[in-house]
Design a protein around this ligand. Structure first.
Ligand code: PXL
Length: 279
């Protein structure tokens, strides 16, 4: 019998388009050589243009799904995406606190690509308080980083991204990867911060088109890289490279956004090519 591949347990919501959510995680994790374990937090109704509705599961069902697999097999990395409710955040925080040695990749999903709200202010507060302190790495885009780092007293201020990263690290996560897709720059510039400052900066050729599921792909790819034994800085680079490739090979199956092709390498016409410009 062959050795089992590394396992990543993903807490995420279903996206019927296969672009984001648990479907994105399964494709990415499998494509990067891991076995995906999945705990569904919510079910969404959506198409490639946007999210119409979200049904959060009963938190007990979330806990029971997770405990069943955790008690059955080793889990190498946790990955968290869309959470659905404050009660689910509280329940997941409690489950993962029983496994402090399992690295946690937290993708703080706050809104869809179209801007549909996917987390209330109460959920953002619960993420800050209960999940951030347990995270090995969080992967906000610049908009999410600003919202997570904002405290009530200074609602109007627009902190620099370095300052946001400082605040998020102060809340207790080990690393913060802030992605620059939403910034007005010719290249997409992503910064990885640790407690001693910037660990690495990577710039990528900006691809035309609007993508659904790029954040889920990146966070899952980081989880896979960590599960495969890479150190954080290398894992973050590898995950960006993989994500950029899957976006470059992306396709538009419907009338809305493009979807990444997480299996780009398995297509006959795959040509390689790499948009990275390391700084
Ligand atoms: O991309 C964030 C995200 C995560 N999970 C689900 C989603 C979305 C965005 O639409 O629908 C299920």
């Amino acid at each position: 019998m062959s050795q089992p591949p590394p396992t990543v347990l993903s807490f995420a919501a279903s996206d019927s388009t296969g672009g984001a959510g648990i479907q994105a995680d399964i494709l990415t994790l499998a494509s990067m050589g891991c076995h995906p374990l999945t705990v569904i937090t919510a079910v969404t109704v959506q198409d490639t243009a946007g999210v119409d509705d979200v049904l959060a599961l009963d938190p007990e069902w979330v806990v029971d799904q997770a405990r069943a697999v955790l008690e059955d097999m080793p889990v190498h990395v946790f990955k968290i995406g869309l959470l659905g409710s404050v009660e689910i955040i509280t329940a997941i925080a409690e489950v993962i606190s029983d496994y402090p040695n399992i690295p946690l990749v937290l993708d703080p999903v706050l809104a869809s690509g179209r801007g549909d709200e996917l987390a209330s202010e109460e959920m953002v507060a619960a993420m800050r308080e209960l999940l951030l302190p347990q995270a090995t790495i969080i992967t906000p885009n610049s908009l999410e980083a600003r919202r997570l780092a904002q405290d009530d007293e200074d609602d109007d201020d627009m902190p620099h991204l370095n300052q946001c990263a400082g605040r998020l690290l102060h809340m207790g996560c080990e690393y913060v990867l802030i992605t620059g897709t939403h910034e007005n720059t010719s290249q997409v510039v992503n910064h990885l911060y640790g407690t001693d400052g910037i660990v690495r900066t990577d710039s990528w050729d900006r691809l035309a088109g609007s993508y659904h599921g790029s954040g889920c792909t990146l966070a899952s790819a980081i989880a896979a890289a960590l599960a495969n034994g890479l150190p954080i800085a290398e894992g973050v680079y590898e995950a960006q490279e993989y994500t950029w490739q899957s976006l470059k090979a992306g396709f538009r199956p419907g009338m809305g956004q493009h979807l990444p092709d997480r299996l780009f390498w398995a297509r006959e016409d795959h040509d390689g090519g790499n948009g990275s410009k390391e700084k």
